[in-house]
Ligand binder design. Sequence first.
Ligand code: NAP
Length: 285
Amino acid sequence: MLPDTSTHRVALVTGANQGLGLALVRGLRRTLGEEGIVYLAARNVDRGEEACALLRKEGLAPEFIQMDVTDAASVRAAAEMVRARHDGIDIVIQNAAARITKEVPQSDQVAGFVDTNNHGTLRVLQSFVPLLRDNARLIVVASSFGSLRNLDARLHARFDAPGLTLEGIERSMDDYVAAVRDGSAKEAGWPDWINVPSKIGQVASVRLLAREREADFRRRGILVNAACPGLVDTEASRPWFADMSKAATPDEAAKDVVWLATLPSGTREPYGVLVRHRKAQPWVS
Ligand SMILES: NC(=O)c1ccc[n+]([C@@H]2O[C@H](COP(=O)([O-])OP(=O)(O)OC[C@H]3O[C@@H](n4cnc5c(N)ncnc54)[C@H](OP(=O)(O)O)[C@@H]3O)[C@@H](O)[C@H]2O)c1
């Protein structure tokens, strides 16, 4: 039986049945202790329940919630359940991400990748931002690839310009998908690896949300940031790096993200930036 009280801090991590997400649930559960209710969100019920069972064996007790970030109804249903049970949320970590495989051409993977990592992030923001309580912390797990220095200057205005909207960023991501598919991406200045524009899109969305809502969020003590966990040894990263000896374990990498997610009330920075190892990262240079 869930305690339904506003004195508990309520947290949710998406894509949390394995990799960094699972470690984030473990870290939050330990950090928040008895005062915390931590939702382990996963798209697949069996994999999610299995991950919860693993944590229960460690003496931790997460709550399972089904959420597929490619399915707006599923994201909305999860948010509605959290609203009905707790009337708000204190910590949201959008961590879910599709993988890229070397075996399949990028043109065949790019649409699903962007739908999960970028459109999925927007779906989570749309459903969960309205639930944020005073002093909430909202984090999108991105990466240090998410910087305009990794993008041709011709494309910068798509991610940083007056009048830009969150939906406009997603339209640029769709243009990018189309360009990869019709073979014009390179000529238009898009980076080779689909993870790079995708992470730029995620960081741009966080920056834009933070700017758009700054007056309200500042007044209510809410912090919104993107996070780079550094290189983490997971099944997603392993095929891409010959030398993983410097990679952190998921539990090690989770520490800095949990720190960001649990900054005490009254903290004003970092706000609206990409944070790596507890330091704000440059957006442009
Ligand atoms: N690993 C690194 O070195 C590294 C570095 C920088 C940034 N990051 C970022 O850190 C985050 C986690 O990466 P990771 O290495 O832990 O990846 P991972 O091991 O592949 O885990 C990704 C998680 O996302 C879930 N997921 C995939 N599609 C989903 C969907 N449609 N709806 C909900 N969940 C979905 C996966 O669930 P299933 O098990 O069902 O597939 C899995 O639980 C990502 O945003 C990644 O870009 C990682």
